[in-house]
Every structure is written in C-alpha cells, then in structure tokens.
Design a protein. Structure first.
Length: 145
C-alpha cells in the first residue's frame, strides 16, 4: 500500500512560492478502534471484543494521565502531552489563567531515531511508499484492510 498525493498550485503564502506546485497527501479513510481490534484479533489469540476493551481502556488511561500533567510515552508510537496556548502579557503579575489561557491542546511527538546525517526518521513513517494519485485512473484508491 502507498500514501497517495495530489499536486496543487499555490495561490497564497509567500510571494516566492505563489504559482508553484506542491504535493499534499490524501486522507483515504478513517480506521477506528473496532477495525484495529479486528486486525489485532487476526494476529493474536485475543478476541476482537477483548482487544477493543483494552484499546478503550488505553485511551481512558492516556486521557487520565494527560489530565494529571504527565507525558504519556507509548514505545514505538510516540509521546503525548498537553500544552496551552495563551495571550501575551507585559509582566507576570498581569497574567490571569482564566483570561489569558486561550486553549489546551494535545501534542503528539512520534517515536523516531536519528540518522547518521543528523535528521530524524519517524518510526511510523519508515518504509512509506509515495505515489501520485491519478484522477483519470479511478475515483477511489484501492485499499486493503
């Protein structure tokens, strides 16, 4: 299977990039916990319902840990932590949590390794093959479960 991309012409942004073409990945479909549980069931001795229950509990425990200010590390997947977006103030005494914190967001840093040239290789992206989507060939990409 491959990651499919489409090419788009840039009409906005920096002047030096306007009119130039860039690639954007296509999102083909969502995979939910039931689909993951079914796939895991095929590769293990666990039943789909058991796996689904464990995955739901994983999500609940990740959420609880994040709300406790913890960084959740799932080996081979990555790190999750909560971060805040806030307004700027002139001095620390001017800052009010209720007024100046605008949002709380979950951040994800994928697991990876440093290559010999110093760049980072994300574990989940290793082995990805990229193909240009051909609109003439088909309206739906071929996917396998």
């Amino acid at each position: 299977m491959a990651i499919f991309i489409k090419l788009y012409r840039n009409a906005f942004g920096r002047v030096q990039h306007r009119g130039k073409w860039f690639a954007k990945s296509m999102k083909l479909q969502d995979t939910d916990l039931w689909v993951l549980a079914e796939r895991i069931e095929r590769n293990t001795t666990f039943k789909r319902g058991e796996v689904h229950g464990l995955l739901i509990e994983l999500v609940e425990q990740v959420h609880a840990s994040l709300l406790n200010g913890e960084t959740v590390v799932i080996d081979g997947l990555g790190r999750f932590h909560l971060s805040v977006k806030s307004r700027h103030v002139d001095t620390p005494t001017d800052f009010r949590v209720g007024r100046d914190v605008e949002d709380v967001v979950c951040r994800f840093v994928p697991a990876g390794r440093r290559r010999s040239d110093g760049t980072i290789c994300q574990r989940l992206a290793e082995g990805a093959r990229v193909e240009l989507w051909d609109d003439e060939r088909s309206t739906q990409p071929h996917t396998t479960g």
